[in-house]
Design a binder for this molecule. Structure first.
Ligand SMILES: [Zn+2]
Ligand SMILES: [Zn+2]
Length: 241
């Protein structure tokens, strides 16, 4: 009786490692390394370009970055499609089309099955849904959570402007994104904030570069979305003489 050499049940090749009876390339034609969804969707703010990932709005510079954030969030907990796959890794993400409301990206995925490393690529469409984030809703309605009143005497005007210039240079994106409006009257500047957290960070920055007397107060502004009393924070910063 002739001894049969192992061969791929699909293409007949011999002298090849076999996975479930198939050579690696035939196996990859029949199997996916990961169950990649055809479409990934996320809300994208039309006004500031932030994107909502797992319920949180994240700042981005452009649609390209938003698309990558959506794909990253998905690939973070990507699972192999079959038990025989021992480990899975997303090697790279490439743009197939220009970033837009509908962008095709290619995921290069590698996996280990026994001693074999297999690599395959999968196209995914990322759909950004045109939306408006809470910060932009607030900005457009002129609403705000915190008000910083920066004050200096006429005599101190140039000193104040110097401090403001330095603070502007050290403003992080996080803080800058949360500024709803700025009303600048020389020695009287009002900075309106979307969040109290960013307002606090801004105040620390001002106090780092200038000698200010700080005064904090609150004003009631009715009932908030959760049904609780909504209070705006007001911080005055007076430049010391
Ligand atoms: Zn084959
Ligand atoms: Zn926005």
């Amino acid at each position: 009786m002739a001894r049969t050499t192992p061969f791929c049940i699909k293409c007949g090749r011999t002298n090849t490692p076999l996975i479930e009876g198939m050579c690696p390339s035939c196996w990859l034609e029949e199997n996916k390394l990961v169950d990649v969804p055809r479409v990934l969707e996320a809300d994208y703010c039309r006004f500031c370009g932030s994107v909502r990932i797992h319920g949180k709005w994240l700042n981005t510079y452009d649609m390209g970055e938003a698309v990558l954030k959506v794909v990253d969030a998905y690939t973070k907990d990507v699972k192999p499609s079959k038990q025989i796959i021992e480990s899975i890794k997303v090697e790279s993400i490439e743009f197939v089309t220009q970033p837009s409301w509908r962008t095709i990206v290619k995921l290069i995925v590698s996996a280990k099955i026994r001693e074999l490393t297999l690599t395959s690529s999968y196209d995914v469409e990322v759909r950004l849904r045109p939306s408006i984030c809470p910060r932009c809703i607030m900005r457009r309605s002129g609403d705000y959570e915190a008000l910083i009143q920066i004050r200096a005497s006429r005599k101190q005007l140039s000193k104040l402007r110097r401090i403001v210039k330095v603070v502007e240079k050290h403003l992080t994106d996080d803080i800058a994104h949360d500024i709803v409006n700025v009303v600048d009257n020389g020695n009287r500047i009002d900075v309106l904030f979307f969040s109290k957290g960013s307002a606090h960070k801004f105040v620390s920055l001002m106090k780092k570069y200038g000698n200010f007397i700080e005064h904090k107060s609150y004003e009631d502004v009715g009932i908030g979305r959760g049904g609780s009393r909504r209070r705006r924070m007001i911080i005055s910063l007076h430049l010391k003489e």
